[in-house]
Structures are given as structure tokens and as C-alpha cells.
Design a protein around this ligand. Structure first.
Ligand code: ZN
Length: 89
């Protein structure tokens, strides 16, 4: 199964009521939303007879003001640093 979670990708300001632009706060709110949705999915996968090998990663990081930069269409360590995790469910 391939699951593309677009919620944490910009724009993510919709996850904080009244937010006018993306920020660390809105991205964290999007992550909380995704975390809540993944729980039931992983629980269903645990009921399978065989474990599932999962890879979880982003396509890039996002700058929220680091060194004056915003977004992900730029060359910066925070954009090149991609979260990655692998595990069995
Ligand atoms: Zn992207």
C-alpha cells in the first residue's frame, strides 16, 4: 500500500483556525491530525496475519524562517533534511 499524506505539505494553515499563513504551529497541527488518522490504520494492519513493513518519510523539509527562508523550493539544510523511519506493524 502506498499512502501519500499531503496534510503536512504546504499550505497547512487550514489546521489552525484563523491562521493566515503556514508556520511551525500550523505544520504541527497538521502532524497531529495525521497522527490521529494513522492510529486506526496501524491498528487494522496489526490484525493481519503477517506483519507489514512500513517506510515513513517526507519528500523534503520546509523552512519556517530559518536564516530568513520560507518554504521548500530552496537549497537549505532544513529542506534537505528529510524525516525517515522504517518499522514493522
Ligand atoms: Zn513536497
Amino acid at each position: 500500500m502506498f499512502l501519500n499524506v499531503s496534510a503536512i505539505h504546504g499550505p497547512n494553515r487550514y489546521f489552525v483556525e484563523g491562521a493566515k499563513e503556514d508556520s511551525v504551529e500550523t505544520q504541527r497541527a497538521a502532524l497531529r491530525y495525521v497522527d490521529e488518522a494513522l492510529g486506526p490504520l496501524f491498528e487494522a494492519m496489526r490484525k493481519r496475519a503477517r506483519p507489514a513493513y512500513c517506510l515513513a518519510f517526507s519528500d523534503h523539509g520546509t523552512a519556517y524562517g530559518e536564516d530568513g527562508y520560507q518554504g521548500h523550493r530552496l537549497a537549505h539544510d532544513v529542506v534537505w533534511t528529510v524525516p525517515y523511519r522504517e518499522f514493522l506493524v
